[in-house]
Structure formats: C-alpha cells, structure tokens
Design a protein around this ligand. Structure first.
Ligand SMILES: Nc1ncnc2c1ncn2[C@@H]1O[C@H](COP(=O)(O)OP(=O)(O)OP(=O)(O)O)[C@@H](O)[C@H]1O
Length: 297
C-alpha cells in the first residue's frame, strides 16, 4: 500500500516511528509536507500538488500529523484527499474540532460526556460574575489553541484571575475558564484510541510545584489500568469527534472521570515508553484494515 504521512518532517519522533512501522510492514511510505501542498479546484477532478508534483492519486491512505500552527490549511489538504476517496486516519472535521477546546467541550457536553465546569466569554465587564459562576477561585484559564500545557494558567485568587482574564479579553485572545480540579493532584490520564479500541493508557504526574502534568512541562509517565467508565468516555469522545486515532486526556475528579481534551495527532514517545506497546504498529494495522476496505468498495 502507498501511505502518505502528512507531517512537516521525519525528524518528528512520532512521524518517524509511524514511517518505520509502515516500512516494516512492507508499505511504501512518503512524507508529504502539507505546508508545501496546494489544491487546484476548477475544471475536472480537484488536484493536490506537492510543490509542482501532482500527488492526487499517489496514495491509498494518509496519516495526518497536523501541527497547531497550520490546522486550517492542513485540514483543507486532508479534506481534499478525503473527497478524492483516500482513507485518512483522521477526518478533517475531527482535526479542526479537536484543535478547538471550546468546540470539543461543546460537543462532549451535548453528548453527555463529563467535563470540568467550563465557561467561555469575551466580555470584560462582568469578570467577577464569570469567576463566581465557576464557584470562585482558584480557576484555570486556558488559551483556546494552546498545546503542551503552554497557555494553561492557574489563578489562585480572585485578584489574579481578574487581571489575567481582563488582559486576555483586551488582547482579543480566545480563552476558556475552568474549575480547578484540585483533587486530581497534578495527574491526568492519556488514553490512546485506535479504531474504536483502547490501545494503551498512561498516567502523567506533574513535577513538584507544578499543576500541569504534560510531558513537555516535566510530567512523569507510567502505564495504568483504566476503569470501564474511563474506557467508555475515551471511545465515545473519539467517535463523537470523528477521529480514527486519538489521544484522549482525562482527569480523575471527585465526581468521577472528566474529559479535558482530545488530540488528533497524539505523541507516541511517552506512551510507547511508558507502556511498551507499539502504538505506531497499531496505527498501521488500522490503516491496512480500513484503506483496503475502502478500495474494495
Ligand atoms: N481544570 C483543570 N484542573 C486542574 N488541572 C488542569 C485542568 N485543566 C488542565 N489541567 C492540567 O494542565 C495540563 C494541561 O492542560 P490541557 O491538556 O488542557 O492543555 P494543553 O496545552 O492543550 O495540553 P496538550 O498538549 O495535552 O494538548 C493537564 O494535563 C492537566 O494536568
């Protein structure tokens, strides 16, 4: 099978891992830098170009690994491959939904998936009311498009919460406010879902004097067993967003597990190291099953 890895570089660990497993399984795999792709619409079938090369009909499947800065363009390229009948491990709609924390939480709330109490607004006139609606400080303030824990702020007092929120509103930065899940103790859970199955799960534990458990913020990882409820939340969240492969983040709150967010291109380094599970191989097996099925239709 011919597989395109939509990523900016093979130097990205997860991209490289997937390429290695694809080659081991006997596939032809090519890195397609989506930032260098263009789509030509008009007469005839829409065409996708990598630079000057026409790559419209080169691939049976694509595996998107779209970075935060180019979500819109990246998902448009994914959409074009999809519309041309190529199997993708993530639908373009799923990529854009997952990238937007508010959108994700809106969908989850509608579907009855438990999430932390969350509020979004752009109004600087009633910040005190907004904090009160969340039960008062401490509150978490998140930049909507943040990643790796950057742009996630813990405001412990009303004074600091007000000044931070006010600053973001005045800067036109989209944020959301969230109840601080203190009892999670700086820990969260990452669950990898591939094709409606939980493949691996790990706990991330934050460093001392840090509430964010992201590996990029010094969090330590270990494999864990998850509960039946956590498993169901991960499977449902992935399905509701329309993703084939996802990294679902949960926290254990006193009300039970709550969903934090869903990643459409989850990193593989931490989870493979913590669990010893070959996640990249599972992704390729998922592609094999589904791309072949799509071709047979
Ligand atoms: N409401 C909350 N209460 C307590 N801790 C939180 C809350 N929200 C986030 N955290 C902590 O901050 C970390 C980063 O939050 P979040 O996952 O929302 O941000 P991110 O920057 O999008 O991360 P990622 O790189 O996983 O996409 C979480 O892993 C968790 O440890």
């Amino acid at each position: 099978m011919n597989i395109a890895l939509l990523s900016v570089s093979l130097n990205v660990h997860s991209t490289r891992r997937i390429a290695i497993e694809a080659e081991k399984a006997g596939h032809y795999v090519e890195l397609i830098d989506h930032t260098k792709c263009s789509v030509k619409l008009g007469d005839g079938k829409p065409k996708i170009f990598l630079g000057e090369e026409d790559v419209t009909s080169e691939f049976d499947a694509i595996i998107p690994r779209i970075g935060t800065k180019v979500t819109r363009h990246g998902s448009a390229i994914v959409k074009q491959f999809e519309m041309n009948g190529v199997f993708s491990t993530a639908r373009s709609l799923g990529i854009t939904r997952a990238r937007n924390k508010v959108r994700t939480l809106q969908i989850m709330a509608r579907k009855g998936i438990p999430i932390p109490e969350t509020l979004f607004s752009i109004n600087p006139d009633n910040i005190e009311d907004q904090i009160r609606l969340l039960g008062g400080p401490p509150v978490i303030i998140k930049i909507q498009e943040g990643t790796q824990g950057l742009g996630v702020i813990l405001a412990e007092s009303k004074k600091s919460a007000k000044s931070i929120i006010d600053t973001f509103y005045k800067m036109d930065t989209s944020i959301l406010l969230q109840q601080y899940v203190e009892e999670a103790n700086g820990e969260d859970i990452r669950i990898i879902v591939i094709g409606n199955k939980v493949i691996a799960s790990m706990k991330r534990v934050s460093e001392r004097d840090e509430f964010r458990s992201n590996v990029h913020r010094g969090g330590q990882t270990e494999a864990i067993e998850i509960s039946a409820k956590e498993r169901q939340i991960a499977l449902d969240a992935t399905k509701f967003l329309g993703l084939g492969v996802a990294g679902v983040d949960l926290m254990r709150s006193k009300k039970g597990p709550v969903l934090l967010e869903v990643n459409a291109s989850p990193g593989l380094k931490g989870i493979e190291a913590a669990t010893g599970i070959n996640v990249a191989k599972h992704i390729i097996e998922f592609v094999e099953k589904n791309a072949l099925r799509k071709r047979r239709k």
